[in-house]
Ligand binder design. Structure first.
Ligand SMILES: Nc1ncnc2c1ncn2[C@@H]1O[C@H](COP(=O)(O)OP(=O)(O)OP(=O)(O)O)[C@@H](O)[C@H]1O
Length: 502
């Protein structure tokens, strides 16, 4: 598997940003025919290292070698010409065009072919290829997994020999994960060097050949996956053990959120949630599973004032119909959205983002005091949520993905919300921070917070919920007490297969 000399070598790479050494003397070899995983806490420097390989940032010190020869990769275009491609979490595709048209963007001279000749040429090149896509499908009709496959294919058609994937499974449904790794294994067998970033240790252990661990910008370990263990990797990543999760306390009596005969329509006017009824007690966590597009998004939007609905929705008996998100927040409904970008303003500072929900109140108390006060008030949440860097003035866009998620959580859980609608709350968050988020939700529930938890991470759903439900084509099944639902039954509930009764 491992060839004698690496295809690509990073030697002693250092990259500094103001106030941070994002990569500190990091050396890694990437071999053809090998899957290499990059692990590390939020802010450890993984994305920066990847961006150096892809020519986004020049390193401040150190050298890259391609097949043993020193090279400079000054831009993504140069990286692509060299044979290095990056598959982003959210592929940049022309949504209204077909798969074939998007693939053309990667083919020299492709622009000048007629539609028929283009299809014929692509079919010829892709015959027997491990990755298959419907060339005539329109991109906006594809699932996240299909778009990712298209982006990988585009890289391969350009002749890429190194494929970098940034958290490739974070946008996939559980069913799409196994096929992705099967395809990557086939590409590896064809001699590609594959590098992926992940926070999911089980997938790293199952699918990587080598694992490099970064902590605080430094490389703290490199090992063969067959010699690694989950506990050992956590210790390397965090420099400590992860404490076991506390047990869930029983919910309190009463009803906090009541949902009766809820009907929500999608953006296209189609029924997305069909007569859903459930309640959440004070201190209760109700988990909702479902593959993407089953109505979770519309359910969450109705619960948070972002989408009109029919039926009844009450919080402590008070009807919520027609209330704006801001009004709902003031009544105690907090929301950690699916897309963290939707809940933040990247160009504003961390302190301003922490105050987004209460900005109006702050302004009423005296505008001239606002910046200094917001910065003062940000110090404690930044410490409590271990946001790195902990500087209130830093523009949010300079934080790593996982640290932005911590800022959103800190903001939404500030004050004393009564109901939290949390969508994928640990998305892109490292093991240490996931533990922190889980502990926090369990503690807050113990203090009386009600939670609707929407996540595709079924282990998380089962571990944190008192009761679980699934949405399948807009129909809610459950919630059932978690003790009565096996993972297998939950899978059946999510896919509409067979009887979901206990
Ligand atoms: N353009 C930039 N300007 C200033 N600081 C930056 C910039 N890009 C990254 N950083 C900082 O460099 C450090 C490493 O960030 P990086 O995004 O590489 O981490 P990561 O390991 O990918 O984290 P995550 O798992 O959260 O995505 C962080 O402290 C981050 O705030």
């Amino acid at each position: 598997m491992e060839t004698s000399s690496p295809l690509l070598r990073l030697a002693d790479i250092t990259k500094r940003f103001p106030g941070t050494v994002a990569n500190d003397g990091v050396s890694v070899d990437f071999h053809a025919g090998e899957v290499h995983a990059l692990l590390g806490e939020n802010g450890a420097g993984k994305t920066t290292l990847m961006n150096i390989l892809y020519g986004v940032h020049p390193p401040d010190a150190g050298q890259l070698f391609w097949e043993g020869r020193p090279v400079r990769i000054g831009s993504p275009a140069q990286a692509l010409r060299r044979g290095i491609a990056l598959v982003p979490q959210h592929p940049l595709l022309v949504e209204r065009h077909t798969v074939a048209e998007n693939l053309v963007l990667g083919l020299p001279g492709g622009f000048f072919l007629s539609r028929r000749r283009l299809l014929a040429r692509l079919r010829e090149r892709l015959a027997g290829h491990p990755l298959q896509v419907d060339l005539e499908a329109r991109v906006d009709r594809l699932s996240a997994g299909e778009k990712q496959r298209l982006e990988i294919l585009r890289a391969l058609l350009r002749g890429s020999r190194v494929l970098i994937l940034d958290e490739p499974t974070s946008v996939l449904t559980p069913q799409e994960v196994a096929p992705l790794f099967a395809q990557l294994a086939q590409l590896k067998a064809q001699g590609l060097a594959i590098l992926f970033i992940s926070h999911k240790l089980d997938e790293v252990l199952a699918h990587a050949d080598r694992i490099t661990v970064l902590r605080g910008g430094k490389k703290v370990g490199e090992l063969a996956a067959r010699e690694a263990t989950q506990a050992g990797l956590v210790r390397l990543m965090l420099g400590r053990e992860v404490a076991p999760r506390p047990a869930l306390a029983p919910p309190q009596p009463g009803v906090r959120l009541e949902v009766k005969g809820l009907e929500v329509r999608s953006g296209r006017g189609l029924p997305a949630v069909k007569r859903a009824s459930f309640h959440v007690a004070p201190g209760e966590i109700v988990g909702i599973a479902g593959v993407a597009g089953s109505g979770q998004r519309e359910l969450v939007e109705a619960l948070t004032g972002l989408r009109p609905f029919q039926g009844q929705l009450t919080l402590n008996g008070q009807p919520l119909a027609g209330l704006s998100p801001a009004r709902l927040f003031s009544l105690g409904v907090a929301h950690v959205p699916e897309e963290r970008a939707a809940g933040t303003v990247p160009s504003l500072s961390v302190a301003e983002n922490l105050a987004l929900r209460t900005y109006d109140t702050a302004l009423r108390q005296g505008p001239w005091l606002v910046p200094a006060r917001l910065e003062r008030e940000a110090v404690e949440p930044l410490r409590a949520y271990q946001v790195s860097p902990p500087q209130p003035r830093t523009p949010l866009r300079l934080l790593s993905g996982g640290n932005i998620q911590r800022v959103v959580l800190a903001r939404e859980l500030a004050g004393s919300p009564q109901l939290l609608i949390a969508v994928h709350p640990t998305y892109g968050v490292d093991v240490g921070a996931t533990e922190h988020v889980h502990r926090l939700l369990i503690q807050r529930a113990q203090e009386g917070l009600s939670v609707v938890l929407v996540t595709e991470d079924l282990d998380e759903l089962m571990a944190l919920s008192h009761r679980v439900a699934a949405l399948y084509q807009g129909e809610l099944r459950g919630p059932y007490p978690v003790g009565e639902v096996s993972l297998e039954r939950l899978g059946r509930m999510m896919t509409g297969a067979g009887e979901d009764a206990a």
